[in-house]
Design a protein. Structure first.
Lengths: 674, 76
């Protein structure tokens, strides 16, 4: 017996319930698994390995109330998207809170199957869950599984197929306390008289109306009269309880129904409040004394492994590989008797340009390996917990910490990581400030200039650049908080998920996912940009190839732009052009200088730069490099994440403004002092 | 002046029973959705190293919230 093709199953559940693990197990698709609450903001789809059912992975949500972006997405899809079946996955170790969502889902009346996940952890704790009894109480199939190990998945699949074939919703409905049922009954009668069409979803709409869900009222297009009468019913309802407020009363009614159900079906081994393994780990990981040292040590470890010897050796491997590719291409060109410009285009631009970017691939892989280790294990939530107090002062929250940290590696993925934040204001702010964290591509520029102009203080100058970036981020944060992004409705309510040992498979999928994105970008956008720059470098406005680069389009554009930079101390066209090419990838600033001055090696370049810049203008140039607009790939991801040209534009304006002002300040104040 | 006792008044290691969740809007919605409803027992596990937010245990899971949010939760 096979389920009919094209039917859609929606996977719904709380954050951290293992929903994505189940999605991977069912579809074998690449989908990231995280422990950070709300990691799947996008709607992801897959096709079942067998049978051809479509599976929709919805964002992790705690409730069907439209509170965060994710909950709105999920609710809209469930209400309007028309899934044929809801597969509700619940964390067996945290049943009460997970079932809170289940009750709301069941009220939709759709065919539903509940999977109780993490049964291995439940057994390890010595707890027992009677799924038969839960199934009886909820009126839908309840299947115990362990998604991580693929345990009992065949039983789950056959329950799903069964349920799809019958095509019927829950066999019974949950009864709430008398006062709640009475209020809902009165409301139903009144609204029926008013001619309101529930579309058969009475049982879903009534509690939502009772708890004051504004969007539902609009959905049902309630008349003034209906709203007025409803308020009366609610007032009577509130008068029956000493808490006297509808939101709490409805939530309470749901949790009471759950407690009653669990009281029969769940046997807990531990007494409440006992120390779990996670509590024991947290005795050190979030303790007053050790939290910060442990945190700093982990960060140090991550960065030193990624950007230190391991990452560098791997990066050099890629460079060697690209050199071999270059030689291969040269041999082929020799054989084909290619013209000189073909050599230049393919070798200087394509192989060298794309290769320079690809050499970052190992470091990006390592960075994501550690980040997914931190996330999947549950430590990220702790890092947010530890850092919240500090970041809050800047109008950010603990959850901003991860993107900011990743910004030291590469701005592009860092900006994407801000997705997990629920507060729009804080998310935007995080995206705007993350580019100020000096990414690894800027390091070669600092290193070059510092070694030429400040040979005795190289380390100090580089360190000062990182500090300056953070300082500017703090200043901009304070500025934004006081101006455009000032309304402070920010809250921080975050689950601290239990520590879990991440599986190699899920980390591997995650790493591959990120690297795939990076490779695609290197193959398309960066490839095109390097070709474009090469053209601009080698052709003049009459589209003739030039021998002397000072005649090229770039040189002319650079000369036009140069006066703008004069007040900053570097008003010559080579500097402007180098900065322009830096927009593709910041590390190209160095190679551009080499091309533009026609230097064969860094020593020769050092001699020329020493005459073109003074130590002060060099410093001013470095500050500009640090702060100005991130590369095109970062810009592309900022555009995508902001989902608004206005905000993306504002971000670029902020970077450019900060860079110009910062450099101006360094050069002008420095000139006065010296 | 007499003031209602809130979750913000509890020190680490102390526990209490929720009386009601005051305030309104998204925060209140989220708090009750997370199971902070009247009658539920909350145990304050610890403060973050910098003093805020706090970590609490309820209904078998761990939640962190800021002191500013915790004072909205009135205790018996």
């Amino acid at each position: 017996m096979g389920a009919p093709d094209g039917k859609v199953i929606a996977l719904v559940g709380n954050p951290n319930c293992g929903k994505t693990t189940l999605f991977n197990a069912l579809t074998g698709s690449q989908q990231y698994v995280g422990n950070w609450p709300g990691v799947t903001v996008e709607k992801k789809e897959g096709r079942m390995k067998e049978g051809g059912l479509r599976v929709m992975d919805l964002p992790g949500i705690y409730s069907l109330s439209p509170y965060t972006m994710e909950e709105i997405i999920a609710r809209d899809y469930i209400l309007d998207g028309g899934p044929d079946l809801l597969l509700n996955i619940v964390d067996g170790t945290n049943l009460e809170r997970n079932l809170y969502l289940s009750l709301q889902l069941l009220e939709l009346g759709l065919p539903t199957v509940i999977a109780v996940n993490m049964m291995d952890d439940v057994r390890a704790k010595g707890d027992q869950i009677d799924c038969g009894m839960l199934s009886q109480g909820l009126g839908v199939p309840v299947i115990p599984i362990t998604a991580r190990r693929g345990e009992n998945l065949p039983a789950l699949l056959s329950a799903v197929e069964d349920c799809l074939q019958r095509g019927r919703g829950p066999a019974r409905r949950i009864r709430y306390d008398d006062a709640t049922e009475r209020a809902m009954g009165r409301m139903e009668r009144m609204l029926n008289q008013q001619g309101v069409d529930f579309g058969g979803r009475n049982r879903f709409y009534l509690p939502k109306l009772l708890e004051d869900d504004g969007e539902i009222k609009d959905r049902l297009a309630l008349s003034e009269e209906a709203r007025r009468q409803m308020e009366q019913i609610v007032q009577d309802y509130e008068a029956t309880s000493r808490y006297g407020d509808r939101e709490t009363m409805v939530a309470d009614a749901r949790y009471r129904a759950i407690t009653e159900l669990c009281g029969e079906a769940v046997i807990k081994n531990q007494r409440p409040g006992a120390m779990t393994l996670s509590d024991k780990i947290d005795r050190i990981a979030t303790s007053r004394i050790f939290a910060l040292p442990v945190f700093l040590f982990l960060m140090f470890l991550m960065f030193s492994l990624t950007f230190g010897p391991v990452g560098r050796v791997l990066g050099e491997g890629v460079e060697a590989l690209m050199a071999a590719v270059g030689n291969g291409v040269r041999t082929l060109l020799d054989a084909a008797c290619a013209s000189p410009w073909t050599y230049s285009l393919l070798l200087d631009a394509v192989v060298a340009g794309v290769g320079a970017v690809l050499s970052f691939l190992p470091q990006i892989m390592l960075l994501f390996f550690f980040l997914s280790l931190l996330e999947d294990s549950g430590y990220m939530a702790r890092a947010a917990f530890i850092m919240d107090r500090l970041l809050r002062k800047l109008g950010l929250s603990g959850k901003s910490f991860i993107p900011m940290l990743m910004g030291f590696g590469c701005t592009t993925p860092a900006v994407m990581a801000a997705r997990t934040m629920e507060n729009e204001k804080e998310r935007r702010m995080t995206i705007m400030l993350t580019p100020f964290m000096s990414c690894s591509a800027r390091l070669p520029i600092y290193a070059l200039f510092a070694s030429i102009f400040f040979p005795r203080y190289t380390g100090l100058v580089i360190f000062a650049m990182y500090l300056t970036g953070m300082l500017v981020a703090i200043l901009c944060g304070l500025l934004l908080k006081k101006t455009v992004l000032k309304e402070d409705n920010s809250t921080f309510v975050m689950e601290l998920p239990p520590y879990r040992l991440p599986t190699l498979k899920s980390m591997g999928l995650h790493m591959w996912d990120k690297c795939k994105g990076f490779l695609i970008r290197a193959g398309t956008l960066i490839f095109l940009m390097t070709v474009l720059i090469w053209l601009l470098q080698h052709f003049d406005f009459h589209l003739r190839m030039v021998d002397d680069m000072s005649q090229s389009i770039f040189a002319v554009a650079g000369s036009t732009l140069a006066p703008v930079f004069a007040p900053l101390g570097f008003g010559f066209w080579q500097a402007s052009v180098a900065l322009l090419t830096g927009l593709v990838a910041k590390e190209t600033v160095v190679s551009s200088f080499m091309l533009l001055y026609g230097c064969a090696d860094k020593a020769a370049l050092g001699g020329i730069l020493a005459t073109a810049f003074t130590p002060l203008s060099a410093l001013s140039f470095l500050v500009f490099v640090l702060l100005y607009m991130p590369c095109v790939s970062a810009f592309a991801s900022i555009c995508r994440e902001m989902n608004s040209f206005k905000w993306a534009g504002a971000t670029v304006a902020l970077q450019m403004g900060a860079a110009y002002l910062g450099s101006l300040l360094v050069f002008q104040v420095g000139s006065l002092l010296l | 002046m007499w003031r209602t006792k809130t979750l913000g008044d509890l020190r680490p290691g102390q526990s209490g029973v929720v009386l009601r969740v005051s305030g309104q809007g998204a925060l209140k919605r989220r708090l009750v959705d997370m199971g902070i409803t009247p009658g539920v027992a909350i145990f304050v596990r610890k403060k973050a190293p910098l003093g805020d937010p706090i970590e609490v245990n309820l209904r078998g899971f761990a939640l962190s919230l800021r002191r500013d949010d915790a004072v909205k939760i009135e205790m018996e």
